[in-house]
Design a binder for this molecule. Structure first.
Ligand SMILES: [Zn+2]
Length: 567
């Protein structure tokens, strides 16, 4: 293939051929593929198009996306016909590439799940203060229970204000110090002490650490043995309004259903800031400046001399979903693993929007699943690697990263021997990009590897522009990070190669407003595959380098996952 055209000639070729793959232009396959490779060469020094990335078949990836996002796959919801079709498709592809089943002789890992349909009592009663406070469900509080029990009663449980509810040894921080919370209800603030403090050295300043996430608050309260944990909602530090809390934390949710699971509080929930103030006003304890006081490292938990009473009834339904897994065995270091992941699931069939009820999830995450298949196929053709490479398509991401959590807690290949996780969720479909945006930039040495490869492609690397929203904690790589495996989640999402920053900004706003988690997340003729090609090539090369290396990428100083890995 002659790649020695000028940059201008390549740009003309992109323009002429409009890198699109849709039903109408399938006969253009060859030409489209060629122009993609040529266009890639245009944005980088020509010698850096490696022979390796020629193994990435963008046309095949586009076809996987179209299939997985077609109406026939019914929005790929766990436990539906959509799941059966999706996992069969992925497993068949792995098989056709000649990759071995990843779980003994099976391509599937069963993931036991339980659906809990929570119905809290109408009121939460706060007694023992100057006057009784009755909080109203939905309006003042939401409550649920992760216990697989029909009735979960919190009765006259002592209430303690535990600041941010954080135990962070690397910051010398312990909000629970000297406190026994067994049987008690802890009330904690959302986000971490650094957020909104104007102090960039306090935690990570305005970048949310994991200690700021609501999941962390409940996990820590559970480790402490609390009977209940209530998070005080505030829109800015939470990143979303009360209506999101109200809608997302009521009704049925899925959880992992594991015997011998760790302790769970009787009740978990949120209260509005106003409800918290009402509670604080009812006590005779001085709560003035409670946020400021919580930001001090000498903060001590404050017993409120109040008690909380609330009941959560759970409807219980058990089901099993599936992760899909394949492996390419390494030669000399077969017991060391590079792990690729992408979630196959989406939201299924739901409320009708503009006459459509199938939530196809083309971007989220047929694109990542197809990328996983594209990379798996490339590895199947690339010759031997020293380390083994695992391809994992996980279930129930949309329900709380459950498939990846199950794998991380029940790994088929030891996590201590897993060198890195490369996760793909929502690839760019606006054409060639100039940037690679790394979510959670600065966490691990994988960022440096990605930066080198991005530069080779003529792209620059930027950190996630909205680190306060905690996106690093919101896709499957996070479950691997939590067990210590260095993980990367990145995509081109900031500057288009020829149309610039504003073009992408507008596209993203348009997608988030009209298509994100809606039936309109579909493949359209406007999809351009240049950015997908760039990202997939980069991830492939990254995994390939790791698979033929002795190196163990590390978490960086200050990462909340460093100490877990070193254990
Ligand atoms: Zn997703």
């Amino acid at each position: 293939m002659n790649l020695s055209f000028s940059r201008e000639e390549f740009l003309v070729s992109i323009k002429n051929h409009q890198i699109q793959v849709s039903n109408k232009i399938k006969p253009m396959k060859k030409l489209t593929y060629l122009s993609m490779v040529m266009a890639l060469a245009a944005c980088q020094p020509k010698e850096s198009v490696s022979e390796e990335t020629e193994l990435i078949d963008t046309v095949a990836i586009a076809s996987h996306i179209e299939t997985l996002a077609s109406d026939e796959f019914m929005g790929r919801k766990p436990f539906t016909v959509g799941e059966e079709k999706t996992i069969a498709y992925i497993a068949d592809q792995f098989k056709s590439f000649g990759l071995k089943p990843g779980n003994g002789d099976s391509y599937f890992q069963q993931v036991p799940l339980v659906e809990l349909d929570a119905k809290p009592s109408e009121t939460m009663l706060i007694s023992g203060g100057k006057e009784a406070v009755e909080l109203k469900v939905g309006e003042d509080f939401v409550a649920y229970s992760e216990r697989v029990e029909p009735i979960n009663e919190l009765k006259d449980s002592e209430v303690v204000f535990a600041g941010y509810g954080v135990v962070a040894p690397e910051y010398g921080w312990n909000d629970y110090e000297g406190l026994d919370v067994k049987g008690k209800t802890v009330v904690v603030l959302v986000n971490d002490p650094g957020f909104g403090s104007e102090d960039s050295t306090l935690f990570k300043g305005k970048t949310m650490t994991y200690y700021g996430r609501w999941t962390y608050k409940y996990e820590e309260a559970a480790r402490q043995g609390a009977a209940a944990c209530l998070i005080v909602h505030e829109t800015i530090p939470a990143g979303y309004g009360w209506s999101v809390v109200k809608n997302s934390w009521s009704g049925a949710s899925l959880y992992l259903d594991q015997t011998g699971d760790a302790y769970k509080p009787v009740v978990q929930g949120w209260i509005t800031r106003d409800a918290a103030i009402k509670m604080f006003e009812a006590t005779d304890v001085d709560m003035k400046g409670f946020v400021e006081r919580s930001r001090s490292a000498d903060f001590e938990p404050i017993p409120l001399n109040l008690t909380a009473t609330v009941t959560v009834e759970n409807g219980i339904k058990k089901s099993t979903s599936n992760n899909v897994i394949a492996v390419k065995e390494g030669t000399t270091k077969a017991d060391e693993f590079v792990l690729y992941s992408a979630h196959w699931d989406h939201l299924g069939v739901g409320p009708v929007v503009d006459g459509d009820s199938i939530y196809n999830g083309a971007h989220d995450n047929a694109s990542g699943s197809a990328a996983l298949l594209g990379i798996a196929e490339a590895f199947s053709k690339s010759g031997d690697t020293e380390r083994s490479v695992i391809f994992l398509a996980v279930t129930a991401e949309e329900q709380g990263l459950l498939g990846s959590k199950y794998y991380a807690e029940n790994p088929i290949y030891p996590v201590a021997k897993t060198v890195a996780n490369i996760n793909m969720d929502g690839l760019p479909f606006y054409g060639f990009m100039k940037d690679l945006t790394i979510v959670g930039y600065g966490q691990s040495e994988l960022d440096d590897l990605a930066t080198g490869l991005a530069e080779k492609q003529g792209r620059y690397v930027i950190p996630d522009p909205a680190p306060g929203k905690g996106y690093f904690f919101r896709s499957d790589h996070f479950q691997f990070a939590k067990v210590g495996v260095p993980a990367i989640f990145a995509y081109g999402s900031y500057e288009h190669l020829t149309k610039g920053v504003e073009f992408i900004e507008n596209k993203i706003v348009e997608f988030e407003t009209n298509a994100y988690h809606r039936p309109a997340d579909e493949v359209t003729p406007a999809w351009e595959y240049g950015g997908i090609y760039q990202d997939v090539s980069l991830f492939y090369e990254m995994g390939l380098q790791l698979a033929n290396s002795d190196k163990w990428p590390k978490w960086k100083e200050g990462s909340e996952f460093k100490s877990i890995r070193e254990k």
